[in-house]
Design a protein around this ligand. Structure first.
Ligand SMILES: [Zn+2]
Length: 299
């Protein structure tokens, strides 16, 4: 009696193990490399450096390189790997490293840049926060600014602007006026639902900040996390993210006034208009929680 049972188990295992593509489905996409450096289409000298699901930009000018966010949190060799990627493109000195805001998942790993001779620039509030926390992987900025700072190097200007509170109290907008590009980290994700970043988020002020970004002169937005299919954002994407936040705010306000913050609201609030955006299933609860803080607690 034992033999037929065994045969049945073997057959069942074989059926489960058969991959979908072997049954006529498309083959799975090859795995993405951990690190990739890509020149931004339509530019001569602007590159996106990606490490895992984080990315930043660097600009090569005739007098040196302006780099941004090392994106090396939890990756002790990540900063050196970034410098090595820059070295594949140019041997010009790395003059600046700009921090987008003070969160380690974007800015840990700066020592390799300091060793290469870069000066670190950030918003004043970023330095204040980093000084208190003293993370060994994150060197303090050498120079800070409050409202605006233009970095000009070898014929390229990178304009740094503080647009007030949004995601963190130290986020800046980096704009390349000639290329009509902006690099914005975490507070304007491209066609996706923000997640744990909502832990450090100022809901009312963020709307004003996004309106200021919309009023700037730019065409394409490079996000700090790759957008769907790695595409860059447009003004429509920025407007859509603002509308998403406003829709979430309105929905949670109703739930909050029915006494549903925190938990019932986190389970019940749905925004089906955005269900196709990456992160919808997993992240909407974080968005709801933050707006519950606002409308359910007044903070
Ligand atoms: Zn952040």
């Amino acid at each position: 009696m034992a033999r037929p049972v065994l045969a049945l188990i073997v057959c069942a295992t074989a059926a489960v193990a058969a991959p979908a593509w072997a049954q006529g489905q498309p083959a799975p996409a090859p795995q993405r490399p951990q690190i990739a450096t890509t020149k931004v289409e339509g530019t001569d000298n602007v590159y996106v450096f990606r490490n895992g699901n984080h990315q930043s930009i660097f600009i090569v000018t005739r007098d040196g390189v302006i780099a941004t966010d090392p994106v090396a949190y939890g990756r002790p060799q990540g900063g050196a790997a970034y410098v090595a990627e820059i070295r594949k493109v140019t041997d010009k000195p790395i003059k600046y490293l700009v921090y987008s805001h003070h969160h380690y998942d974007h800015i840990a790993g700066g020592h390799a840049f300091k060793e290469a001779g870069a000066k670190i620039i950030a918003h004043k509030r970023a330095k204040e926060r980093l000084a208190v926390l003293a993370d060994p992987a994150t060197p303090l900025p050498d120079e800070t600014f409050e409202k605006k700072r233009n970095l000009t190097l070898g014929g390229t200007t990178l304009e740094l602007t503080y647009v007030g509170l949004n995601h963190s109290d130290s986020s800046i907008v980096m704009r390349l006026p000639k290329e009509r590009l902006i690099f914005v980290v975490d507070f304007l994700p491209v066609a996706s639902v923000p997640g744990r970043g909502m832990i450090d988020f100022y809901p009312l002020e963020a709307e004003q900040a996004i309106k200021q970004v919309l009023a700037m002169d730019w065409e394409r937005l490079i996000p700090g996390h790759p957008g769907p299919g790695d595409r860059l954002g447009s003004k429509k994407d920025a407007q859509d993210q603002l509308t998403f936040l406003q829709d979430a705010s309105d929905a949670v306000k109703v739930a909050a006034r029915e006494g549903k913050c925190w938990e019932p609201a986190e389970k019940e609030v749905k925004l089906p208009k955005y269900e196709k955006w990456p992160g919808y299933e997993n992240n909407l609860q974080f968005v709801t929680r933050r707006y519950c803080g606002l409308w359910g607690r007044g903070t």
